[in-house]
Ligand binder design. Structure first.
Ligand code: FMN
Ligand code: SF4
Length: 439
C-alpha cells in the first residue's frame, strides 16, 4: 500500500477537487504541480485584482473547514483596505480535533496547493507576510512544507514582485508545542507571537486586530487548499458542487466502527447514511449502528435514527449538531456511551488551558464524575449534576473550548440517559461485562 492509501481509501462516489493530485508520483514536487495546473490560479488572480478575488470567494459559498463554517470571502472582506500596521495571512495547520485527519494528508501529498491558496489570500487582502502554523508533533510536515516553500521561492511564486505583478509575499512555517487550544485562532496568534497559548477576548476579531495587532486572516488548511480551484474554475462551478450556501466538496474523515475508515472527498451535503454504508462499507461484523459524531469530538452526537441528513453546515445544525471539522466517528451497538462521554471529557480536561473557571473546573469535575459513574460508583443525582455542570459551561467560557466540552456531554446525557440508568441499576458497566464474558 502506498503512503497515500493509508489515508485515502478511494470510493467511486468521491468528487476529487482537492485530492485530484493525490496518488500522482512525486505529487509534492513543484514540477508535477505545474504540470497539473499549478500556479495558474495565482496568475489569474493577479489579472482579476484583489476585489474580484474576494467577490469570487464570497460567491463560491466556501465556508471555513476548521470548524465554525464561516464564509471565507466574507471573512477576507472584513480586513480593512488601509491599515497602519502590516496585514497577515495565517494558515491554521494545527489539526488536533479528535476524529480529524485531513489537513495533514493535504499537506503531505500536495503542499503547493496550500501555498498557492495562501499566496492568493495574501494578494486579496493586501498582505505581504504569511505563516503556516502547525503543531510540533507534525515535524514531517514542516520538512515537506519548507521544501515546497524553497521551490516556490526559486521559481518566483514567492518573494519580491511575484511573476512581475508588483506583489511581494513572504511565507514561512512555524511550529507550536502541541496544544489543542493553540488551534483556536487567537490562542494560535499568541503562540505565534511567542506568548503562552491563551486565547484573546473577541471582539476585536483577528481580521481587524490580529497578529502583532495587525489585520489578520486565519484560515484552515483545507479552506486555503480550495482557493486555487475556485479562482481557476469560477465561483459558480464551485458553488454547484455543494448545496445552497455550502459550496464545494468536503474531506470527511471516517473513523471508529466502520469497515473502510479513511479520508473521502465528497460533495457538501452528501447523505450521512450513504457515507457510512456506501462509502465506508457500513458497520463491521453485521453490528447495528448506535451513534455518530458528525464533525469531530466537539459536536453533539447523533443517534442511529438521525443519520438521514445532508452533511452540510446548515442541515446538520438544523438537527442540533455541527459539521465541525469533518471528523465522522461511527459507534456501533457495543459502545458504552457513558465510557464515550468520559473519554471525550478526559481529552477536554487535559486540554483546557485553565484560564477560566467554568472550563477548568467543569471539565475536571465531569471527568471524575463520569469516570466514577462508568466504573460502577454512580449516584442517582449524578446525571442531573453532570447536566447542571455542563449547562454552566455552555456559553459561559472565554473561548469555545468550554462549549466543545459541554456539547457532546449534554447530547449523550440527553439521548443515552437509559445507559446511565442501566449502570446505576447494575452497579457496573454492562458493556465491559459483555466484553469480559466474551473473552
Ligand atoms: C479549542 C479550539 C481548537 C481549534 N483547533 C483548530 C484546528 O486545529 N485547526 C483549525 O483549522 N481550526 C481550529 N479551530 C478553529 C479556529 O479557531 C478558526 O475558527 C479557524 O482556524 C478559522 O479558519 P476557517 O475559517 O478556514 O475554518 C479551533 C477552535 C477551537 C475553539
Ligand atoms: S474555555 Fe477553557 S480553554 Fe478556553 S479560555 Fe477558558 S479555560 Fe481556557
Amino acid at each position: 500500500m502506498s503512503d497515500y492509501q493509508n489515508y485515502f481509501k478511494g470510493s467511486p462516489l468521491e468528487v476529487k477537487v482537492l485530492t485530484r493530485r493525490v496518488g500522482v508520483p512525486n505529487s509534492t514536487s513543484i514540477d508535477v504541480y505545474l504540470e497539473h495546473d499549478g500556479y495558474k490560479a495565482l496568475k489569474k488572480a493577479f489579472e482579476m485584482g484583489p476585489d474580484a478575488v474576494i467577490n469570487e470567494m464570497k460567491n463560491s459559498g466556501l465556508r471555513g473547514r476548521g470548524g465554525a463554517g464561516f464564509n471565507t470571502g466574507m471573512k477576507w472582506s472584513f480586513v480593512p483596505k488601509q491599515s497602519a500596521r502590516p496585514k497577515y495571512v495565517v494558515c491554521n495547520a494545527d489539526e488536533s480535533e479528535p476524529g480529524t485527519c485531513k489537513d495533514r494528508p493535504l499537506i503531505e501529498f500536495d503542499p503547493h496547493q496550500l501555498l498557492e491558496g495562501t499566496i492568493i489570500a495574501g494578494f486579496a487582502i493586501g498582505s505581504h507576510q504569511g505563516f503556516i502554523y502547525t503543531r510540533g508533533e507534525y515535524r514531517y510536515l514542516i520538512e515537506i512544507l519548507d521544501r515546497a516553500l524553497e521551490e516556490a521561492q526559486a521559481r518566483g511564486f514567492l518573494g519580491k514582485n511575484i511573476l512581475g505583478s508588483g506583489f511581494d509575499f513572504e511565507l514561512s512555517t512555524h511550529t507550536g508545542a502541541g496544544a489543542y487550544e493553540c488551534g483556536e485562532e487567537t490562542a494560535l496568534l499568541n503562540s505565534l507571537e511567542g506568548l503562552r497559548g491563551y486565547p484573546r477576548i473577541k471582539p476585536p476579531f483577528p481580521a481587524v486586530v490580529g497578529l502583532y495587532e495587525g489585520p489578520t486572516i486565519v484560515n484552515n488548511v483545507e479552506t486555503l487548499a480550495n482557493v486555487s480551484h475556485i479562482i481557476l474554475n469560477g465561483a459558480e462551478w464551485y458553488a454547484k458542487l455543494g448545496t445552497p450556501k455550502n459550496g464545494g466538496t468536503r474531506l470527511f474523515c471516517l473513523s471508529g466502527h466502520v469497515s473502510r475508515p479513511g479520508v473521502y472527498e465528497l460533495p457538501m451535503g452528501f447523505n450521512l447514511r450513504r457515507m457510512i454504508e456506501e462509502v465506508g462499507g457500513g458497520v463491521p461484523g453485521g453490528k447495528k449502528l448506535k451513534a455518530v459524531i458528525p464533525g469531530g469530538s466537539s459536536c453533539p452526537v447523533l443517534t442511529a435514527d438521525e443519520i438521514d441528513v445532508a452533511m452540510d453546515f446548515d442541515s446538520v445544525a438544523k438537527i442540533g449538531s455541527m459539521l465541525g471539522s469533518g471528523g465522522v466517528v461511527i459507534l456501533d451497538e457495543d459502545t458504552c456511551m457513558v465510557k464515550m462521554a468520559h473519554r471525550i471529557m478526559k481529552f477536554y480536561a487535559h486540554e483546557s488551558c485553565g484560564w477560566c473557571i467554568p472550563c477548568r473546573e467543569g471539565t475536571a469535575w465531569l471527568k471524575s464524575l463520569l469516570g466514577r459513574f462508568h466504573a460502577g460508583g454512580g449516584h442517582e443525582e449524578d446525571v442531573d449534576t453532570a447536566m447542571d455542570v455542563s449547562m454552566n459551561m455552555l456559553g459561559k467560557t472565554l473561548c469555545p473550548l468550554g462549549d466543545a466540552a459541554a456539547m457532546p456531554t449534554i447530547s449523550i446525557l440527553k439521548k443515552f440517559r437509559s445507559e446511565f440508568e442501566e449502570h446505576l441499576k447494575l452497579g457496573y458497566c454492562p458493556y465491559e461485562t459483555k466484553a469480559v464474558a466474551a473473552a
